[in-house]
Design a protein around this ligand. Structure first.
Ligand SMILES: Nc1ncnc2c1ncn2[C@@H]1O[C@H](COP(=O)(O)OP(=O)(O)OP(=O)(O)O)[C@@H](O)[C@H]1O
Ligand SMILES: [Mg+2]
Length: 373
């Protein structure tokens, strides 16, 4: 099946049209379900097969259902997604679209092994607002270790190579069963051409600052480093960062070689190689400057994301406090490292402080009660 790569705006319009038309996408058949579909469509906390209800997600309510000797995750779309933007409103459709494609990938030769960290879909239907998967017996990843990092980067690399860009590696979307890290929420995973594009934003070349490691750091790892800074000090956070960067570097060297063999453009090869060279250099020398730079970027982008979707939490406020404190202690270092980007460039320390104080007040106003991150 030839993949149709759309620009971000064309993809959004197409998904809005499909949602408005009540377009159906179905994966698998209802007879694969652990219970009759009619039962699954009427699940509630008191249903005898329901073991637990997970309603912290913004798009859906997830039931753990025990039937036929196994546990299953039954994801039911909320009548209205709690993320207040186009991508939020089309995220359930998007997830079922991705699951249809990922199911085909998993069934291709070698796919089961390459995509072992991507959950299987038992049945899914957009119109019925349901996705059924095996239940992952585990915990959301809150802190990273070597195995977890290697697995998430490995799965991420395979996905990029196959033309899938995952934007939301937040803690609520990454589970570990003690042996393997699993991805199971594809609401913000979009198609892109890995041989010509950096990611699925804009026309594919509009946001070179966004890539696999950046996504893992922005949505997840830097929140974990922040936690480490608070509980065990900056040195512990730097050590965790060093481990993450070593694994990211290994992954990017391999990905760059694979994409080159697949026929990637010079622009893509140079871009990936440049990112990896910069990490290599920092790992061999002083990692503090890179920590500051990537930390600034991660917390700024995540804050923007939360403000944009109006999905702020206490973690958003902690990230904003880190930014304010970085301005106080390291403004010159941020300028020197070229870490300030977008509309922050060229602003004085005082101006930046008032910008981020205003953002903190906005984040305070948008605190949601339901958020998985
Ligand atoms: N297959 C699964 N096995 C175990 N737990 C699961 C599974 N699927 C979902 N969950 C649990 O349900 C929660 C919400 O699931 P999911 O992230 O798919 O929903 P969501 O509403 O799309 O989330 P959000 O939009 O906030 O990212 C997860 O954080 C996880 O705790
Ligand atoms: Mg989720």
């Amino acid at each position: 099946m030839a993949v149709q790569y759309l620009t971000e705006s064309a993809r959004r319009q197409s998904q809005l049209d499909l949602v408005a038309r009540g377009h159906e996408v179905e994966v698998g058949t209802p007879d694969a379900c652990p219970l009759p579909l009619a039962d699954l469509l009427q699940l509630h906390a008191g249903h005898p097969a329901v073991v637990s209800v997970h309603d912290s997600g913004l798009t859906a309510v997830v039931y753990c259902v025990r039937a036929k000797g196994h546990d299953w995750a039954v994801k039911r779309a909320r009548p209205r997604c709690l993320v207040n933007n186009v991508d939020g409103q089309t995220s359930f459709l998007n997830e079922v679209q991705r699951r249809a494609e990922l199911t085909a990938l998993r069934h291709a030769p070698g796919g089961g092994e390459r995509f072992a960290g991507v959950i299987d879909t038992v049945y899914a239907s957009v119109r019925r607002g349901i996705i059924v998967s095996p239940w992952i017996e585990g915990e959301p990843v809150l802190q990273w270790d070597e195995r977890r990092l290697e697995q998430v980067f490995d799965t991420g690399r395979e996905l990029v190579r196959a033309g899938f860009f995952e934007w939301d590696f937040c803690p609520g979307n990454v589970m570990d069963d003690g042996r393997r890290v699993h991805l199971f929420d594809f609401g913000y995973m979009y198609r892109f051409d890995p041989l010509r594009h950096f990611n699925s934003a804009g026309d594919g070349l509009a946001a070179p600052q966004c890539h696999l490691a950046e996504r893992i750091e922005t949505r997840h790892a830097f929140a974990a480093f922040l936690e480490l800074e608070a509980s065990r000090g900056v040195e512990a956070a730097l050590e965790a960062f060093r481990m993450e960067k070593r694994i990211a570097l290994r992954t990017y060297r391999r990905l760059a070689a694979e994409l080159r063999d697949d026929g990637a453009s010079d622009a893509v090869c140079r871009w990936l190689g440049g990112i990896a060279d910069k990490w290599d250099h920092a790992l061999a020398g002083d990692l503090n400057a890179l920590y500051l730079e990537e930390g600034w970027r991660s917390h700024v982008i995540d804050l923007e994301d939360d403000l944009n979707g109006q999905t702020c939490t206490p973690a958003t406020l902690r990230r904003t406090d880190w930014l304010l404190s970085a301005l106080d202690t390291s403004h010159m270092a941020l300028v020197k490292a070229g870490a300030l980007f977008g509309s922050d460039q060229g602003l004085s320390a005082t101006e930046l402080r008032s910008v981020y104080e205003a953002k903190r007040r906005a984040a305070q106003g948008f605190q949601t009660t339901a958020k998985a991150a």
